[in-house]
Design a protein around this ligand. Sequence first.
Ligand code: P6P
Length: 338
Amino acid sequence: MGINFMTLTRHIYEGERKIPGATGELSALLHELSLAAKVISLEVNKAGLVDILGFTGDNNVHGEKVKKLDMYSHDMLFRAMDHGGHLCAMASEEEEDIIHIPDHHKRGKYVLLFDPLDGSSNIDANVSIGTIFSIYKRITPDDGSPGRMEDCLQPGIKQVAAGYVVYGSSTIFVYTAGDGVYGFTLDPAFGEFLLSHNNIRIPEQASIYSINEGNYKYWKPGLKKYIKYIQDAYDRGRKPYSTRYIGSMVADIHRNLLYGGIFIYPADRRNPNGKLRLMYECNPMAFIIEQAGGRAIDGSKRIMEIQPTDLHQRVPIYIGSKNAVDKVEEYLQKDENS
Ligand code: P6P
């Protein structure tokens, strides 16, 4: 059987040809992102070998110690994306304000938001980590002027593309441009992302739940009842659930996407808005999961319908297999109404 040479680049351009009037700008943007992913993958995979671990001594906008690999990934993405001429602005977990395209570069009609290296607290333990990205069309005039905050603060339903890169046992680039979800595995031998997961569909029935049970005592009663419900699945004659929690959102959601499962980072007594960021973690993951047939809510409404108010706002998230999200929504609503 011949080698499947459906590369990410070819897939992107073939996808573009299906869209009447496509200019190729989005394709070029996604291609540039894949180049940045290769460079970051190289560093992540040798992080233990060179003195890149440890702290830069800086803090990011959230007061969290920034590991060198976080900042390296942020810089790589900026340097890969700032001169292509397709973007009018960017935003990153590592920068408080929006990132402008330098004046000597052409500005384009898209906006890119990203978490350069999610799960970075796991770097030293060699646990899978990832990059998450979200792409919108600018809503201010596409006249070459600098992008503005309102171009970045759009609801998730306005995303034109989104995806993530998992740096794990292999490096996998997963994206959607609104026509299904596709995964590409990096072949380091010749540095190409090859199609490995065609038109991914998340199983409707979950078999895994992913949540930090260490926060149990802070959960709302409805969530506690839901977790009890799924733990009693066996007593109801169903296949028991497994609990799997890596503490790296990209890795947890990627596994649940392939196997079927629900990932929960709830609001609780300590974190009234949960922990994860709407614009560059929850919205892109919600786009991917919905495109694969799943659901993503904040407990009461669709993640992608939330009107953002701040670049770094946090939201609770319940995301994964449709049946599981439907059921947790039912328990949460009962709790709200009780
Ligand atoms: P906790 C990693 O730091 C992260 O931002 C996500 O990748 C992950 O899902 C979450 O935080 C884990 O948070 O509180 O369970 O350690």
